[in-house]
Design a protein around this ligand. Structure first.
Ligand code: NAI
Length: 302
């Protein structure tokens, strides 16, 4: 079964290079009309360039349709203008891949609050702004596919990336509420944690690994997650041809008797409270309270 994007309009942020470029090329190859957004700055977010234009030229040379946009995801008005222009040009927006990103790595001790702010601004607020700009339109269309780009740093942590990790897990959190709010309108929202050899990772990967982790290996996961039959609320990891799921889980709540509801009682029960047997994946926050109530009912009957 071939997966087509014929008749779909897609916006990919930060698509002037790396992963975003690979997504944009493949979306266009599969029939989508693509907006290639990229500010074109350096890895730390400074400067601008015509990176987006070059990718548009590549798409056009291959017979696809695209236009370039040099605006910054950090500016909500610019995201609104981008969506308005896309709607005017092609009549709608069906796919949004929030991919733009920068790095300002330092240990938390050495990190300037400005570096924290800017990284959160580009990744978390930038994705929220671009999403907010397409949201009402997707609801009206009764169709929308949105992908947030998280990272293993957000999901699991990484030394020297406190700013980046906070922003990236924030994006998984954004997915978890938007998937609920979008469900009625056929708007599906997913999170991708890619691993790829790009300028973002060029000083991290050894040379052999660089080839293995070609961005093209992430494309199948990213495009499936914004396709018509995409799931919603998935967290998918992808790199070097390996694909996996990640989940936020909880274990069944342990009800402590009234006499044990003390700091000492909590400490004495730590092994049971942190025991992962029976872990499950709540589909919304309210399932936490439901699980608590169910455990209390079960305890009162026992
Ligand atoms: P990249 O640096 O090649 O791509 C990021 C693009 O975003 C750049 O072209 C940059 O100009 C653009 N950009 C930065 N700030 C922008 C802004 N304010 N507005 C519009 N565009 C802006 O790096 P890569 O690796 O392709 O990263 C893509 C996404 O994947 C990022 O969100 C990154 O955090 C994420 N990621 C990448 C991993 C990897 O192994 N390469 C691992 C985990 C996450």
């Amino acid at each position: 079964m071939s997966i087509s994007f014929e008749g779909r309009v897609a916006i990919v942020t930060g698509a002037g290079g790396g992963l975003g470029r690979a997504y944009a090329l493949e979306l266009a190859r599969r029939g989508a009309k693509v907006v290639v957004n990229d500010l074109g700055g350096s890895r730390d977010g400074t400067g601008t360039s015509d990176a987006a234009l070059k990718v548009v030229e590549e798409i056009k040379a291959a017979g696809g349709e695209a236009f370039a946009d040099g605006s910054s995801v950090t500016e909500y008005e610019q995201m609104q203008a981008l969506v308005a222009k896309t709607r005017e040009t092609w009549g709608g927006v069906h796919v949004l891949i929030n991919n733009a990103g920068i790095l300002r790595d330092k240990t938390f001790t050495k990190m300037d609050p400005v570096d924290f702010e800017l990284v959160v601004k580009v990744h978390l607020l930038g994705s929220a702004y671009a999403t907010k700009a397409v949201w009402d339109l997707m609801r009206e269309q009764n169709y929308g596919r949105i992908l947030m780009t998280a990272s293993s740093t957000g999901l699991f942590g990484n030394f020297g990336q406190a700013n980046y990790g906070a922003a990236k897990l924030g994006l998984a959190g954004l997915t978890k509420t938007l998937y609920l709010e979008g469900a009625k309108y056929n708007v599906r929202v997913n999170t991708l944690a890619p691993v790829a050899a790009t300028r973002m990772t060029e000083d991290i990967f050894p040379e052999e690994a660089f080839k293995l982790f070609a961005p093209e290996n992430v494309v199948p996961a990213a495009l499936y997650l914004v396709s018509e039959d995409a799931p919603s609320n998935a967290i998918i990891g992808a790199g070097a041809g390996a694909y996996h799921s990640a989940y936020v889980t909880m274990n069944p709540p342990l009800i402590l008797g009234a006499e044990d509801r003390t700091v000492e009682g909590f400490a004495a029960n730590w092994a049971r409270i942190s025991d992962r047997s029976g872990d499950f994946v709540p589909q919304s926050g309210s399932e936490q309270s439901q699980a608590i109530l169910a455990a209390m009912q079960a305890a009162s009957k026992a």
